[in-house]
Design a protein around this ligand. Structure first.
Ligand SMILES: CC(C)(COP(=O)(O)OP(=O)(O)OC[C@H]1O[C@@H](n2cnc3c(N)ncnc32)[C@H](O)[C@@H]1OP(=O)(O)O)[C@@H](O)C(=O)NCCC(=O)NCCS
Length: 118
């Protein structure tokens, strides 16, 4: 699955670049959407992400492309690899620069919020 997100002024930190918390929210949300579409009978909550590292600044106006792929299926959990690349809306930089990657694990829960087998 792929999703897109534009980086707008309200997403910036006080240095003028993307605030990392928004990146984490978008990655978590994208993994949850992928899991929910792949298994429409299941309800999921996020249990964990990998170690988080921000190695690239992201500018206002960037278009982020999220690619989400299932990478592991467990008994109650499913893990998605999320890779984020950055494109610039102005168009003069055509290449897509990798800016963030992580693995997000979600657990299937019942109506009471207790884990259950997939
Ligand atoms: C998700 C939840 C129901 C899991 O219950 P739990 O008793 O803590 O779960 P367990 O330790 O038995 O692990 C359940 C599964 O998650 C996996 N898991 C647990 N911690 C993990 C981590 N840090 N990273 C990746 N996977 C993890 C386990 O390997 C297991 O997978 P499997 O059943 O496929 O083998 C419970 O922790 C919970 O309700 N957490 C809050 C979720 C939430 O509110 N998320 C939003 C963020 S605030």
């Amino acid at each position: 699955m792929e999703t897109l997100q534009q980086v707008r002024p309200e997403h910036l930190n006080h240095h003028g670049f993307l605030f990392g918390g928004y990146m984490l929210m978008w990655v978590d949300e994208a993994a949850w959407i992928a899991a929910s579409l792949d298994r429409p009978d299941c309800h999921f909550v996020t249990v964990g992400m990998e170690r988080v590292e921000f190695r690239r600044k992201v500018q206002e106006g960037s278009i982020l492309m999220f690619t989400i792929k299932e990478s592991r299926v467990g008994r109650t959990s499913v893990t998605y690899q999320v890779d984020v690349v950055c494109r610039h809306a102005a168009g003069h930089e055509k290449s897509a620069e990798p800016v963030f990657s992580n693995q997000v694990t979600l657990v299937r829960v019942d109506e009471a919020g207790e884990k259950i087998a997939l």
